[in-house]
Design a binder for this molecule. Structure first.
Ligand code: SF4
Ligand code: SF4
Length: 346
């Protein structure tokens, strides 16, 4: 069994590309905030142009010329297509093909499982690394209570369809007090479904969940259940990734906004470096004229540089009562960067 903290990669970037904010579901913890990120759907020309901005950023103009000649450059970052529900975009398949041509290191589609526009018939397993399905319970009752009636069956059907067509599949499970106990049922369930990678998420403090933090599990419960269940799932040869959330007082704290290369892109052209900042107009960049333009002060970068003993400064500012009630200088724990992950595999 291998357990490792996945340090922030300094050599490649991660691009979380929200190509629209529209969705067919209305999950109780949805992090999309249309007031901040608009309601528009990017057209395929814009998606391609924006992908090229990041391809250029990582490799320089020369590599783009090479990419047009289909010479893949493996130093480009990891790309995740998101929404809303990205498969609602009729041209998602063209965006995937463009990203593949440009040579992104990995390409993932995050989906709620409805797989609109027959997306799996328009792309091949060679063109994407993962189709990642969101499910928040091992039973219909629990999942549909959080994500909406009928979506458990639809998502499971989608997973089976993807596996039957040889796509590598992963699953994202957002933990709350409503479903943490069903994590115990996940080892067999995931094995039966043929899932390759399981991502456990903590209930965020963005969008709707910022108003629902009464559903967040306590630190004690998280530490009691999540690491153990991750090891159990990994025994079935499924890689499990979950956020560290808490650091002991002596452990080193790092802010990904300062040491990593992550971009959270929204269709209204805002680009953030930190997902926790997404409910506020403090993004680092706007995309204008197909260029990444830094925003004026004050923006999220000014917060990344503030050092506090409690760890993540944005957690402290946005929700000081988050996770631990005694979250102060005397606490034995500090809050890790939300992007710091633990990975378990055999
Ligand atoms: S599927 Fe995703 S985007 Fe859609 S409502 Fe649920 S959390 Fe929000
Ligand atoms: S979550 Fe906190 S520590 Fe991580 S990038 Fe954002 S502000 Fe920095």
């Amino acid at each position: 069994m291998q357990k490792k903290t996945v340090c922030f990669s300094k050599n490649s970037s991660n691009l979380f590309f929200h190509i629209l904010t529209k969705c067919n579901l209305s999950c109780s913890h949805c992090y999309i905030n249309k007031e901040q990120h608009g309601e528009n759907t990017l057209d395929i020309k814009t998606i391609k142009n924006w992908l090229r901005i990041f391809a250029k950023k990582n490799n320089g103009e020369k590599s783009i010329v090479k990419a047009k000649d289909k010479i893949y450059n493996k130093n480009l970052g990891n790309l995740i297509f998101l929404g809303g529900e990205p498969t609602l975009h009729p041209d998602l398949f063209l965006a995937v093909k463009e990203a593949k041509k440009l040579g992104f290191q990995s390409i993932t589609i995050d989906t709620n499982g409805y797989l609109f526009h027959n997306i799996l018939e328009k792309i091949t397993p060679d063109e994407v690394d993962f189709i990642s399905f969101s499910l928040d319970g091992a039973t219909k009752k629990t999942n549909d209570g959080i994500r909406g009636k009928g979506c458990f069956d639809k998502c499971v059907k989608g997973i089976k369809h993807a596996v039957s067509k040889d796509f590598a599949t992963s699953m994202i499970y957002t933990v709350s007090i409503n479903n943490i106990n069903e994590l115990l049922m996940m080892p067999n369930f995931l094995k039966q479904l043929g899932i390759k990678h399981f991502f456990i998420q903590v209930l965020g403090i963005r969008g709707k969940s910022s108003k629902n933090n009464k559903f967040q599990v306590s630190m004690e419960k998280w530490l009691e259940i999540v690491p153990k269940i991750a090891e159990k799932i990994a025994q079935n040869k499924i890689t499990v990734t979950y956020p560290r959330v808490f650091l002991k007082k002596h452990e080193k704290f790092e802010c990904a906004g300062l040491v990593a290369d992550n971009y959270f892109i929204f269709p209204n052209s805002r680009v953030y470096r930190c997902p926790i900042c997404e409910d506020y107009p403090i993004h680092s960049f706007n995309i204008k004229g197909n260029q990444l333009i830094p925003t004026k002060k004050i923006n999220e970068n000014d917060f990344f540089n503030l050092k506090i003993p409690q760890g993540c400064v944005m957690n402290k500012i946005i929700q000081p009562e988050n996770f631990v009630s005694n979250y102060d200088e005397k606490s034995d724990f500090k809050i890790a960067c939300c992007l710091l992950k633990e990975e378990v595999s055999i």
